[in-house]
Design a protein around this ligand. Structure first.
Ligand code: IMP
Ligand code: MG
Length: 304
């Protein structure tokens, strides 16, 4: 289904460069995945008439996929949702909304929209595994396997594999837009290149620091990079750390902290580990009381 090149205002063609998977292709693939899942789990139901598959879906991108997939299954299924933050200042995914149901001894199938680095899913699975499900597997609509940092994920069902293009539609967003497109497509470059939105900051102290930097006209980026601090023998990322701010004019990372001892200690350890493993990287750990001092110091400093 081509999106018209000559699209006018109010038509998707003005923003979407091309359609990768149209409605019919998605419907077809979802049916195939559902058939494979049904075949794999049918014996569980045949052994126990009270059995059901526990679908765990990740908000918000996977909602369309799980809704269509669940309706195409021919085994009983419960649906539950989780919401997680991106791997932020703690180097770990934070659970923003947890499951309603207990998954102990259940057969759990995590339903994802897209797996990119796999960091999000990796953390999510470690959380779920700790709750002792009987089995744990993953179905993802899209897999961008070329970007994977975490490799041993139990991805048993994959809808489509794609390369390194950013895609939108059928649940996937760019800045909370395009989720409701019935197809999966690639955005026009002009749309992707638009001025970056001011990022949503996680804590009031980050807002305060950002306002201060703005006031002193110091350019900043929010959590632009994740440093790998710990890998296991297989080269899997175990701990990542994304400093809160990067000040490009000073080539300086800044991590904010509070006086709370447990937070302070963890952040100190992370900053120390980063300094040791990335000797070329400059990072400062900043207490709230130091915000203004640093901002004024930087403003006075010659930009290299
Ligand atoms: P990961 O931790 O790098 O695997 O992050 C995966 C998450 O990044 C997904 O759940 C999406 O929210 C988002 N994401 C990654 N690639 C795309 C894309 O091409 N379009 C929209 N969202 C994406
Ligand atoms: Mg997203």
């Amino acid at each position: 289904m081509p999106v018209s090149e000559a699209a006018g205002p109010g038509e998707w063609g003005a923003e979407i460069a091309r359609v990768l998977f149209d409605e019919a292709a998605i419907r077809q693939r979802v049916q195939e995945l559902a058939a494979a899942i049904t075949a794999d789990y049918l014996p569980c139901w045949q052994q126990d008439p009270r059995w059901r598959l526990s679908l765990v879906s990740v908000l918000r991108g996977a909602v369309f996929f799980v809704a269509d997939l669940a309706r195409a299954l021919r085994v009983p299924a419960a649906i539950d949702f989780m919401a997680v933050s991106a791997y932020g200042d703690t180097g770990r995914v934070r659970i923003l909304k947890d499951l309603e149901d207990d998954i102990q001894d259940r057969d759990v199938l995590v339903v994802e929209d897209i797996i990119d680095t796999g960091l999000t899913l990796g953390y999510l699975l470690s959380q779920l595994r700790a709750r002792k499900p009987r089995s744990l597997a993953v179905a993802t609509l899209i897999d961008r396997a070329g970007m994977r940092l975490v490799h041993d994920l139990p991805v048993r069902y994959t809808g489509f594999e794609i390369g390194n293009t950013f895609v939108v539609g059928y649940g996937l967003d760019f800045r909370e837009r395009y989720r409701n497109l019935p197809f999966i497509g690639v955005l026009r470059e002009e749309v992707m290149d638009e001025a970056p939105e001011r990022p949503r900051l996680a804590h009031p102290s980050e807002e305060e620091f950002a306002r201060l930097l703005d006031f002193y006209r110091i350019r900043w980026e929010y959590e632009p990079r994740t440093f790998v601090l710990l890998e296991d023998e297989a080269g899997q990322v175990k701990v990542g750390f994304s400093p809160d701010f990067y000040l490009p004019d000073f080539d300086l990372y800044v991590e904010l902290t509070t006086k709370k001892p447990h937070l302070m200690n963890r952040k100190l350890r992370q900053v120390e580990a980063l300094r040791q493993q990335y000797p070329g990287v400059q990072i400062e750990l900043l207490d709230r009381a130091d915000f203004e001092i640093l901002a004024r110091k930087l403003q006075a400093r010659e930009r290299p």
